[in-house]
Design a protein around this ligand. Structure first.
Ligand code: XIL
Length: 320
């Protein structure tokens, strides 16, 4: 009942445009993906940008491939994501829609996408990153909240639940590992929604950690308070990035510290009763998003670019 997952690389802006999709072209990658993991998440392939190239088009090719791969390999799937401020297609962000039209666009998307994979998705990140660092709703950046008001969040959970009553429905965010303004905002919101009978089932922390800062030691305490609300919890996007020395190769001390942080994150999840899903955001540095998004940092996953196992790989294995 405990799932260890990874994001499946593909479609990322950090991969060069003509870079072959690792999921379909890299044998070693697929072998490791099939063998080491019991859960998979689409790194990009279920985002609006990829599913909805045009308003009237759904492109399910890559998402279907992941769902089929998971089925063949007895893996569960985490769906990511339905309501987000980022990676939305231009036709949506720049379109001139009435409120009624926008509402219908979201409803149709959720019904179509969630319905297509109904019964195959263990957990959906229904709402992703809806709060800013201060714990305020992103009511400017997020098109849905801006145009339709905060009530759209509850509607998104209701529509998802209607389309797939089996899937567990999550809020997902970064910077919410510990108790603080941002995670407090989720705590209050989920409590509120639960009281109203909205089908919210889980709260998940992405856990994109950087060795520039300290380890989020309050992780277990924070997961536990959501657990006590009656929610499932999960770690959904763990990676541990570091400043790379001139050589480009991490030092042994860096690799040890990284291993320790992977292990402590897993241990926190294992210690909390309904934290049943633990996902790392890619397993090889070969395809990691980190070096492109965080200047000077890298080597954030559990395997080198040559699929060599780092100390972090063994730390996770030995903790499970
Ligand atoms: C990242 C992907 O890894 C990149 O390939 C893409 O270019 C940008 O998005 N929080 C999330 C993920 O919820 O969807 C993000 O994934 C990382 C941060």
């Amino acid at each position: 009942g405990f799932y260890v997952g990874t994001a499946v690389a593909g479609g990322g802006h950090h991969l060069e445009q003509d870079y072959p999709d690792p999921f379909s072209s890299d044998r070693e990658y697929r072998k490791t993906l099939a063998k080491q993991f019991s859960s998979v998440s689409a790194e990009n392939q279920m985002k609006w940008e990829y599913l909805r190239p045009e308003q009237d088009t759904y492109n399910f090719e890559s998402a279907d491939a992941i769902a089929e791969f998971a089925e063949r390999n007895n893996q569960v799937v985490r769906g990511h994501t339905l309501l987000w401020h980022s990676q939305n297609p231009a036709w949506l962000e720049e379109g001139d829609f009435t409120k009624e039209e926008l509402r219908e666009i979201l409803h149709d998307h959720i019904t179509t996408v969630v319905g297509r994979y109904a019964g195959k998705i263990q957990q959906w990140d229904v709402a992703n990153e809806i709060f800013d660092e201060q714990g305020n709703l992103r009511s400017e950046e997020n098109i849905w909240i801006r145009e339709l008001g905060p009530g759209i969040i509850a509607d998104a959970f209701r529509w998802t639940h209607e389309a797939d009553p089996e899937a567990k429905l999550f809020f997902n965010d970064y910077g919410v590992e510990e108790v603080g303004a941002k995670s407090d905002a989720y705590y209050r919101l989920t409590q509120d929604l639960l009281e109203q009978g909205v089908p919210v089932h889980g709260f998940s922390v992405q856990a994109h950690l950087s060795m520039r800062y300290g380890f989020p030691a309050g992780l277990e305490e924070n997961l536990r308070r959501f657990d006590e609300l009656g929610l499932e919890t999960a770690v959904t996007e763990l990676d541990v990035r570091m400043d790379l020395p001139e050589s480009g190769e991490p030092t042994d001390e860096q690799l040890e510290q990284q291993a320790d942080w992977y292990q402590r994150t897993l241990s926190a999840c294992l210690a909390v009763e309904d934290c049943n899903s633990f996902t790392i955001w890619g397993f090889t540095d070969k395809y990691s998003w980190v070096p492109v998004f965080f200047e000077g940092e890298g080597a954030a996953t559990v395997m080198t670019g040559d699929f060599e196992r780092k100390p972090a790989f063994y730390a996770l294995r030995d903790t499970l």
